[in-house]
Design a binder for this molecule. Structure first.
Ligand code: ADP
Ligand code: MG
Length: 334
């Protein structure tokens, strides 16, 4: 795994994470909190002065989220189609919520383990996974790996595929995950799942445990049919389980400004799922998203101030917070 103590973010990106605060407000807070930039003075390039993860967390916590009481919410990124961007968006949302000062546990629930490799876990690692936790062979705390301050992870590997058989034989087979993980809820502001692209029992378990299901879909007309099936399946599932639907967000991804099919898809999404959409919001296609996962560096650690990927992810996080009733109060005055 990467040593994240060398990494941090700039004042300008902090200003964006705080909900588009003035850069000067952040710089006054940096002064007030007496924060020292990373690296040796002689190595610092003036435009690229960065602050450590702990400092960023502490500053943002005080500037933007001081009035926020812990949400203790379970989020999932879901779609039974692969390649829509679930893992990419889950990775960024989890990483940046932790940078904003929240306590986050992110759980890889896909045996393909792309989320785990984005955090720098070897795909053949032999650490425990959700399989061992639900199987009861280890306690959940033994499966949790700290990634950086505010961010813990339960990684996955191919062994997770065996969970389907285990779950199938258990009573309350759609509720095992909730039963085992519910005791963790008070410890974290957010427990976040990346799901596998199938209709699996594990995904059913995640649906039962989620307070907010984020459905990531591509902005292509053909993705709408799949989305319709997915929604119908979800409605039926919760009805059969005699559970209320959780909150749902549809997150259109890979939007392209000059593409007529992107625009068409957005129009259709707004028409069919108005209550699940964040008005005109979509995550735009951007190379930064690829680069980020490949280098195991969440956007805030390398993105330029004008990165559209960073802007979109931060906007999404603020929309999620507001959907969950978490009000962000900025402290302009020091
Ligand atoms: N907004 C985006 N811009 C550019 N590439 C993206 C974007 N979102 C996802 N991708 C790319 O699409 C591919 C599939 O994304 P991934 O997150 O693995 O999807 P899923 O988890 O739904 O299978 C990856 O190569 C990823 O880098
Ligand atoms: Mg994935």
């Amino acid at each position: 795994m990467l040593d994240y103590t060398k990494y941090g973010t700039t004042q300008k990106l902090m200003a964006k994470m705080a909900g588009n605060l003035n850069n000067s407000t952040i710089s006054r807070w940096v002064y007030k909190l007496n924060l020292e930039p990373l690296g040796k003075t002689e190595d610092r390039v003036i435009k690229n002065i960065r602050y450590s993860i702990e400092d960023v967390r502490s500053l943002l916590q005080q500037v933007a989220f001081a009035e926020v009481s812990s949400p203790h919410k379970v989020l999932s990124f879901y779609n039974f189609k692969g390649g829509t961007g679930k893992t990419s968006i889950c990775y960024q949302v989890s990483s940046h919520l932790a940078l904003m000062g929240f306590q986050v546990l992110v759980i890889d629930a896909d045996p393909q383990a792309h989320l785990s490799t984005s955090y720098g876990f070897d795909s053949h690692h032999e650490r425990p996974t959700l399989y061992d936790v639900i199987n009861g062979t280890i306690g959940v705390s033994d499966a949790i790996v700290p990634v950086y301050p505010g961010l813990d992870c339960i990684p996955s590997n191919l062994a997770l595929t065996r969970l389907e058989v285990t779950l199938n034989d258990l009573p309350k087979r759609e509720e095992r995950l909730k039963i085992v993980l519910e005791p963790l809820r008070p410890k974290y502001d957010f427990i976040i799942f990346d799901t596998n692209p199938t209709i699996s029992l594990l995904n059913r378990n995640i649906l039962v445990f989620s307070d907010l299901v984020n459905i990531v879909c591509e902005t292509q007309p053909y993705s709408l049919n799949g989305l319709k099936l997915l929604m119908e399946d979800m409605v039926r599932f919760y009805k059969n389980m005699q559970l209320d639907m959780p909150q749902v967000l549809v997150i259109p991804n890979k939007y392209e400004d000059r593409s007529s099919s992107s625009a068409e898809a957005m129009t259709a999404l707004r028409q069919y799922y108005p209550s699940y959409m964040i008005s005109d919001f979509a995550i735009r296609r951007s190379e930064d998203i690829n680069t980020s996962a490949k280098s195991s560096l969440p956007l805030a650690f390398f993105a330029r101030t004008n990165s559209i990927a960073f802007e979109d992810i931060i906007d999404l996080i603020h929309a999620v917070l507001s959907k969950l009733g978490t009000k962000v109060v900025n402290k302009e005055d020091v």
